[in-house]
Design a protein around this ligand. Structure first.
Ligand SMILES: Nc1ncnc2c1ncn2[C@@H]1O[C@H](COP(=O)(O)OP(=O)(O)OP(=O)(O)O)[C@@H](O)[C@H]1O
Length: 449
């Protein structure tokens, strides 16, 4: 028996799904839109959510985004009409567990529900295990074989010895926190605490009290004095993750702390000295945020003294197989396993929009679904093929506010198409939806530029 939340603005559909699920012993709750669902999720835990995508007030996609930010997020399966299957594929890329197309059969729904619940249970067990392992093994290795990562780690070692403030920039899931821990361990304060705070995950009015602590009675609910993360990390490193999401008022106080090396607790007026080394991380362009007035320019200059750029996984493809093997070794724990050449080729050509985190999750999923058969072939990874088309839907593409370099994109697409087609120009042309003649002209133009 599982607790399932059905979210759909069509009452008839909710009812129908409710009946099917109750019939197989599940406990079902219903919500008429994403907003109502989000409120219910805050109040009580669910084992899974089955949701429509298009709904008033809060869409299924936004619901997915919000639940993914929660710790131990519960899986979401989307229901979609055949005509909008593209958005469901995109949803899977963003972390949805599965999707079902309408009209649906009871058997298909129940099968999807059982499979999702099973996968989610095993993932939860693995998460718990991994948590224990990572606590025991604080010095997790940074697996790499590529030149950009080699260079980055060399720089990180140097930075660890000297800089008191470091900025790590890179897409989500590239390993920024892992790098921050590495810098901490390599630094003179490596024996001290490593204290992490995710600025995007705490509510804006609690950020300051989390960072700087508070005195008793500073605000309603502050029933005792509490030191903040800056104080707590005083003998070690404070890791400010997603610093781009920090509210502006808190940014002003962080800047002051970096300059003065002291803090004041919320509601207090005593200056308390803090020595923590600060490592900031962001997956946003802080310069763009600063230009839009959402990030303080002076804080940006203060933390951007030693910027380290974490490359995305698709820009260091030599790392993909060593990482995949590393994650599989951790899962199989001494038992033999094999990746077929087809599977290895698919791993190397997939774009990994979720970077190393997506690769780790994919390996976990494939190992679970492969069961005792420890030979992982291309078919076992077909869920990646299902995700990939979502990344290439031109209707989903948004021109970044700062614009882009179209000619560089062209060159990159041509190179990738040729790589994927092993140099065969006709196949490369087909991959880009072009005739061979057009492809050759484009290639020539690019070479001349
Ligand atoms: N080079 C690597 N070797 C081994 N594991 C890695 C490597 N890079 C990342 N990982 C693992 O991938 C996962 C994601 O990494 P991490 O949390 O450091 O990414 P992040 O860039 O900080 O993500 P976010 O921006 O979402 O906070 C973690 O489990 C981490 O241990």
């Amino acid at each position: 028996m599982a607790r399932i939340l059905v979210v759909d603005d069509e009452e008839r559909m909710r009812h129908l799904l409710g009946l099917m699920l109750k019939g197989s012993g599940h406990q079902v709750s219903e919500a008429g839109d994403g907003h109502a669902a989000w409120t219910m999720i805050q109040e009580k835990p669910f084992d899974m959510i089955i949701s429509d995508i298009k709904m008033p007030r809060l869409s299924g996609m936004e619901l997915l985004r919000r639940t993914r930010e929660k710790e131990a997020a519960c899986p979401i399966v989307f229901i979609t009409a055949f005509a909008t299957v593209d958005s469901a594929v995109e949803a899977m890329r963003l972390g949805a567990a599965d999707y079902i197309t309408k009209p649906f059969e009871e058997e298909r729904i129940l099968l999807t529900v059982e499979r999702t619940l099973k996968l989610s249970r095993v993932l939860a067990e693995n998460r718990a295990l991994r948590q224990q392992l990572s606590e025991a093994d604080a010095e997790a290795p940074i697996i790499h074989a590529s030149e950009p990562m080699g260079r980055l780690l060399e720089m990180a070692v140097k930075v660890a010895q000297r800089a008191s403030v470091v900025l790590i920039q890179g897409e989500s899931g590239t390993g920024k926190e892992l790098l921050a821990r590495f810098i901490h361990k390599q630094s003179p304060c490596g024996q001290g605490r490593f204290v992490a705070i995710n600025c995007a995950a705490i509510s804006p009015h609690l950020v300051e009290s989390e960072l700087f602590g508070h005195e008793k009675g500073a605000f309603t609910g502050a029933d005792r004095q509490k030191p903040g993360k800056f104080e707590y990390a005083s003998d070690g490193t404070l890791f400010l993750d997603e610093i781009g999401d920090m509210p502006l008022e808190a940014q002003a106080k962080v800047l002051r702390t970096l300059q003065e090396k002291t803090i004041q607790r919320v509601g207090g007026n005593q200056e308390i000295p803090v020595e923590a080394r600060i490592i900031c991380a962001t997956n946003q362009d802080l310069e763009v945020l600063a230009a839009r007035g959402r990030f303080r320019q002076d804080l940006f200059y203060r933390i951007n003294v030693v910027p380290l750029n974490m490359p995305s996984l698709r820009d260091r493809r030599e790392d993909i197989l060593p990482l995949a093997r590393h994650f599989l070794e951790r899962i199989y724990r001494g038992r033999p396993f094999a990746l077929t050449p087809g599977a290895a080729a698919l791993l190397q050509r997939y774009p990994w929009p979720g970077n190393v985190r997506e690769l780790a999750n994919a390996m976990e999923r494939v190992a679970i679904l492969s069961g005792q058969a420890a030979t992982i072939d291309q078919a076992a990874l077909d869920f990646l093929e299902r995700r990939a088309p979502g990344c290439t839907d031109p209707d989903d593409f948004q021109l970044p506010a700062g614009g882009l370099d179209l000619e560089r994109f062209e060159r990159r697409l041509i190179r990738q198409a040729l790589d994927q087609a092993a140099g065969n120009q006709s196949r490369a042309a087909r991959l880009l939806g072009l005739t061979r003649a057009k492809f050759r002209t484009l290639m020539k133009n690019c070479r001349q530029k």
